[in-house]
Design a protein. Structure first.
Length: 337
C-alpha cells in the first residue's frame, strides 16, 4: 500500500512555531481557530441554493452596500471563533462600523488583534462564482490586560505578524504567511483538514495577465488607460498582448495571479476617487502575501505596506502582483500624472 506524507495545517503551524519564540503558541492557536471558522463558512457556502442563505439580507452595512445573508453569517462565525480562541483581544471587520472589543477576563489578555473581510465577493454567491475570506493579524499596541483601542487596528501593513486568505472555489484553499514565505493548504473534505498542497509559493517577476474591470475604463486616470493599452499592444519581446482575466472577486483574481504571474488593478476613478478597496482588511493582508511571495503592492506611488491608516474603513487605489508589472504601472502613473 502506498504511503502518503500529508501535512495538515495544524501540523504545519506547530512545526513553524519556532519562528515565533515570543508567541508561546498563541499565534499558532489563533491561526488554528481561523482555519476552523473557514471550514464552517465553507460548509454553508456549499449548501447555497439548498438552504435559505442566498440573496440579500435587507440590511445596509457601513460601506453603504447591501449585506448578503452570507456576509452576516461569515461575520458572526469569525467573531465567535476569534473570541473563543482566547488569543485575540479585538477584531475589525468590513461589516461593523467600529472595532469589536473583547472584554472578558481571558480575551482582554490576548496579544493579537485581527482585521478581516469575512466574505470577499459575496454578491457572487448567487451565481456560483468563487468568493473568499481575507484576514490580517497584528500584535496589539496597548498594554495587555487593558481593552484594545482604535490605534491597535490602525497600524502600518508592515507591522502584520500574519496574513492570509481563504478561497472558496472548485476546491477550498487557505493561503497564509507569517513573514517566512507563503504556503497554501487545500481542504480535503474526506478528512475535514486543510492539507499542505502549495508549499513556498513564489510569484513570477513578470506575468502575462492583467485583471481590471475594463467596464470602468472611461472613468480611469490617464496613466491606467495608457497602461491597459500597453497590455493590449503586440510586442514579441515582452510577450504582449497580455491576457485579460477579471472575476470581480479580489481573492480569486489575486490567487490566480499569485500562482501564474500577473497584476490586479483597482485604480482611483471618477466614481471612487479614493479607490474602492479597504486598506486595513483587504489591501494590507493581500500586499503582505504578495511581498512574501516576491511580488509587490502599491497605491500607485507608495508601497501599500508603508501607509499608516487613518480610519478602519479607509479606501485606497490598489495595484498588486508581479513585481515588474506593478513597477511598470507606477511608471505610467508618474508619466501621465
Amino acid at each position: 500500500m502506498k504511503n502518503y506524507n500529508i501535512t495538515t495545517l495544524g501540523d504545519f503551524i506547530t512545526l513553524k512555531q519556532k519562528h515565533f519564540p515570543f508567541a508561546k503558541g498563541e499565534l499558532s492557536g489563533l491561526l488554528h481557530h481561523i482555519g476552523t471558522a473557514a471550514k464552517m463558512v465553507n460548509k454553508k457556502i456549499n449548501k447555497a441554493g439548498l438552504v435559505d442563505i442566498m440573496g440579500k439580507s435587507g440590511e445596509i452595512n457601513i460601506q453603504g452596500e447591501n449585506q448578503q445573508k452570507l456576509d452576516i453569517f461569515a461575520d458572526e462565525v469569525f467573531i465567535s471563533a476569534l473570541l473563543s480562541s482566547g488569543e485575540c483581544c479585538g477584531i475589525a471587520t468590513e461589516e461593523n462600523e467600529n472595532e469589536i472589543v473583547f472584554s472578558d477576563s481571558v480575551a482582554v489578555n490576548g496579544k493579537y488583534v485581527v482585521c478581516i473581510d469575512p466574505l470577499d465577493g459575496s454578491s457572487n454567491i448567487d451565481y456560483n462564482v468563487s468568493v473568499g475570506t481575507i484576514f490580517s493579524i497584528y500584535r496589539r499596541i496597548t498594554p495587555v490586560g487593558e481593552k484594545v483601542r482604535n490605534e491597535d487596528f490602525l497600524q502600518k501593513g508592515s507591522n502584520q505578524v500574519a496574513a492570509g486568505y481563504v478561497i472558496y472555489g472548485s476546491s477550498t484553499m487557505l493561503v497564509y504567511s507569517t513573514g517566512h514565505g507563503v504556503n497554501g493548504f487545500t481542504l480535503d473534505p474526506s478528512i475535514g483538514e486543510f492539507c499542505l498542497s502549495h508549499p513556498d509559493i513564489i510569484t513570477p517577476d513578470d506575468g502575462y495577465i492583467y485583471s481590471v474591470n475594463e467596464g470602468n475604463y472611461v472613468h480611469f486616470p490617464t496613466g491606467i488607460k495608457k497602461y491597459i493599452k500597453y497590455c493590449q499592444e503586440r510586442d514579441i519581446k515582452t510577450n504582449r498582448p497580455y491576457s485579460s482575466r477579471y472575476i470581480g472577486s479580489l481573492v480569486s483574481d489575486f490567487h490566480r495571479n499569485l500562482l501564474k504571474g500577473g497584476i490586479f488593478l483597482y485604480p482611483e476613478n471618477e466614481i471612487a476617487p479614493k479607490g474602492k478597496l479597504r486598506l486595513v482588511y483587504e489591501c494590507n493582508p493581500i500586499a503582505f502575501l504578495a511581498a512574501q511571495a516576491g511580488g509587490q503592492a502599491s497605491d500607485g506611488s507608495r508601497k501599500i505596506l508603508d501607509i499608516t491608516p487613518e480610519s478602519l474603513h479607509q479606501r485606497s487605489p490598489f495595484y498588486v502582483g508581479s513585481k515588474n508589472m506593478v513597477e511598470k504601472t507606477e511608471e505610467f502613473l508618474r508619466e501621465y500624472k
